[in-house]
Design a protein around this ligand. Sequence first.
Ligand code: AMP
Ligand code: ZN
Length: 664
Amino acid sequence: MNTEQQIHTLRKELRQHNYNYYVLDQPKISDYDFDMKLKELQELEEKHPEFYDPNSPTLRVGGQVTKNFATVVHEHRMYSLSNSYSKEELEDWEVRIKKLVEGSVEYTCELKYDGASISLTYENGELVRAVTRGDGIQGDDVTHNVKTIRSVPLKLKGDFPPKFDIRGEIVLPYEGFAKMNAERVENGEEPYANPRNTASGSLKLQDSAEVSKRPLDCLLYSIVGENLPFSTQFEGLQKARDWGFKVPQEAKLATSTDAVMKYLEYWDVHRHDLPYETDGVVIKVNNLNQQDELGYTAKSPRWAMAYKFKAEQASTKLEKITYQVGRTGAITPVANLAPVQLAGTIVKRASLHNADQIEKLDVREGDEVFVEKGGEIIPKIVAVDFTKRDPDSEPTNYIAECPECGTELVRKEGEAQHYCPNYNHCAPQIIGRIQHFISRKAMDIEGLGGETVALLVRENLIENYADLYELKKEQILPLERMAEKSAENLINGIQQSKEVPFERVLFALGIRYVGETVAKKLAKNYKTIEAIEAASQEDLVSVDEIGEKIAESVVDFFAVEENRAIVNRLKTNGLQLAISEEELAGQTEKLNGNTFVISGVFEKVSRSDLKKMIEANGGKVTGSISAKTNYLVAGENMGPSKLAKAEKLGTHIISEDEFLAMVE
Ligand code: AMP
Ligand code: ZN
């Protein structure tokens, strides 16, 4: 096989694996093997730019930056849908239709996915453009970003027409949304409000590499174009699946009005079991000739109708507005409600987001309010029932001072949230920060839990994480439910955490935006806390993957004398505030400039340790053998093709022992 064929074969294989994983949800190889194949392709493509393909699976990771999204006029207009909210309205629609078309009418019933609509253009089986709906006439070209969504096929299979558009919805499934938010909270960022807005916001990010990291999905529902090889909507969906698109299996063909109603009833309840948000059902006349006969109104097709699920809503009294202070000092207003039944649970609290939201809704204590449950984690207030408002009620005055420490709140230009700036002496901020400090991925302190941290702070025994290391058993014994044994465990756990490596200590400090990965980068680059403290913003930005926002936050943190003093005390107490001797010693340049491939199974060290050793000694590890490979570390059972290739290219083939001798 020559290189070109090899590249084509790899691309084809990877495309199929992508399809199995993201469209069918039935992976056939391990993630590791997938990554290895991808790496192999990447390397080949790097060496052979003449075989560049804008739709290669390697480009899914993004990297293109779009400063301004070009406006594109849709070749076929993207219409809205007429809405109906009751079965009666739906029945009226059917009566109207039956007057306008000949013969019996069948319907395709689909779910109405709640995300951002998108139109994809394919030419000769390749994705050439992805455009947002915009105003229906023209939208924004977001092709680079959409290409990173793994379930969007970049090349089609089967007998597709030479040119067509396909429409669908870009959604962010609940699970991925929750994960993204957990990471944001961990990094001290505000969580996103709901999946739909986050999905549509993602499409407009400038850096497609960022989009690539978001777990977006694309669900397709309609093909438009000339001379299409099907005559009904339902067949169209099946064709789209055959060509490689992700079309949810929930779509059903309904041959009667009764069947349509059954579909509505079923999904009104079961939509809560779906992995992503839906806000209704779309009923479409199945036969495309009948669709043509029916045509369009100014805004929407006559042949389709959306039936909106009733958002689960309840009305109740807002008893009191309270304000929460988060770990980062962000203030969140909370509505405390008279308990009310909503979507199967009893709701007592709802989020009011921020001051603007309160003003927009004009919501006041004592009001009767409507509460809704959507994709958000906690319910929200959607409106006030003004008919029930007490004529003497006064507009809500947003608090000016922190409810916990009395410090005057600040609100930065362009931010919606108020903050308490009292970083080091505001109880919830202190508690939140110490809880983060002891958490599993940070210092992982055994014998100490979040509740105890809160208790220790409330009892004035600690005020920052450095205080932990000076705690005495006698001080904690008097605490409620603190037995001799648990007090001992606690103190021991704290002492043991002094062994935790620098990168995790750095993460544990809880500097805004310094998550696990950033902490690793900083530790590796600067090696000591002093070096990080001394680094200027420009200097920090020059480190791979450290952006302005992170750099600013690091500089801000160390600009505060109190923070420096606390960090100093950590040092005095013996925490690891520099890369350890061992790690430093392990860092050699013995293998500088050499590229290794690891293959097979080893006796003395694991593959991942081998990899670490190579990197610690200045070498580079790649997934496949090329002319650039210097050494193949060969274990048991390695693939014969790799061996043959190494022999052919004259790569040094070494055993585990020979490798270990190299880094001795
Ligand atoms: P609306 O925005 O309420 O006018 O509803 C129209 C939008 O519903 C379309 O632009 C699509 O983005 C979206 N939609 C979601 N699911 C479907 C579906 N199965 N068929 C058609 N449109 C859908
Ligand atoms: Zn405060």
